[in-house]
Design a protein around this ligand. Structure first.
Ligand SMILES: [Fe+2]
Length: 319
């Protein structure tokens, strides 16, 4: 970009054999083109222009199109201009006029190579992060299956609950970070059952008060198991409080402000438990389980979450 048409045309001719140049006669036109036709691999700007100087312009380019490689081409060779351009626009090269065709072409080749190298690096980083995330969720899913395998009565429970909670999260329009928390917390919400004796877990009758306390301790044990893992910090409230009631009862009854994630999980968890067979009873029909959940709206469950669940099941009856 340059405000002198002759300079612009000269530049275009210099690079014509190797590069396609899109010209702009001023900062505003340049930014407009960048927004409309960008991203460009390379943006070359003159320093002195009306309205906005080249350093400011390239700083804007950096904001709008961070991947574009930025070059300052100017008649001013003073060090102050160069320093400001580098600092504000983080430019890749600084060229002084008059620039020879050879220098200009060599610079553009360097820039384009830099652009592709940076893009490649960014893509590889993205792929690596995605692979790590997949591995992470794969590991968590395996762990969830290990938890549920402890008792024949809970086979598949953690994954079903997670899927149901994620469906509710999607229906509420929760952001990806929230859905990620639900995914992790859902898969491992019952990890504390690793510490629950099988005699209690599989008892074919009602639990006595002492056994009930042992069963309830799975929440505390779960928190203790997951506490040392930093990436689990945000999902911990789901593990700690998925048996809390909306009205403040339930357990461990740690008070108000139950996280939305835990309130969603509580509904999914209870629904799956209701419709599944247990050693002491048969699973309820889905319609009846839904009715029970609705009856407990406002006491055991958050009415907003129940409403989302109700709509979800109405649209897709227990898929
Ligand atoms: Fe639980």
């Amino acid at each position: 970009m340059d405000d002198e048409p002759l300079v612009l045309e000269g530049l275009r001719r210099s690079v014509h054999a190797e590069f396609v140049a899109d010209l702009a006669g001023g900062p505003e036109e340049g930014l407009l083109k960048l927004r409309k036709d960008g991203p460009y691999p390379v943006v070359v700007s003159d320093m002195r222009m009306p309205g906005m100087d080249g350093a400011q312009f390239l700083a804007m380019v950096r904001t709008i199109s961070p991947d574009s490689i930025r070059v300052m081409l100017t008649g001013q060779s003073d060090i102050e201009t160069a320093v400001r351009a580098v600092n504000e626009g983080q430019i890749f090269r600084f060229l002084t006029k008059p620039v020879t065709r050879k220098t200009l072409l060599a610079t553009l080749r360097d820039c384009v190579a830099q652009y592709h190298a940076a893009r490649l690096e960014k893509n590889q980083l993205k792929i690596t992060i995605e692979a790590l995330e997949q591995l992470d969720l794969g590991t968590l899913t395996a762990l969830a299956r290990a938890i549920d395998a402890k008792s024949a009565w809970t086979a598949g429970h953690s994954e079903r609950v997670t899927n149901l909670a994620l469906k509710m999260g999607h229906a509420m329009g929760l952001p990806a970070t929230s859905l990620g928390i639900i995914h992790r917390g859902g898969l491992l919400h019952d990890i504390g059952k690793i510490g629950t004796p099988p005699g209690v877990l599989d008892k074919p009758g009602r639990l006595d008060p002492e056994e009930m306390q042992i069963m309830r301790d799975h929440v505390k044990i779960g928190v203790r198991i997951l506490e040392p893992i930093p990436c689990f910090r945000e999902a911990l409230p789901m593990v700690a409080r998925h048996h809390e009631w909306f009205d403040g009862s339930g357990y461990p009854a740690a008070g108000e402000n139950i996280s939305l994630h835990a309130r969603i999980l509580a509904v999914a968890d209870c629904y799956d438990a209701m419709v599944s067979d247990r050693p002491y009873r048969k699973g309820l029909p889905k319609r009846q389980a839904l009715e029970l959940l609705i009856q407990r709206s406002g006491t055991q469950f958050d009415p907003m979450v129940i409403e989302v669940f109700r709509r979800l099941t109405a649209a897709d009856p227990f898929a």
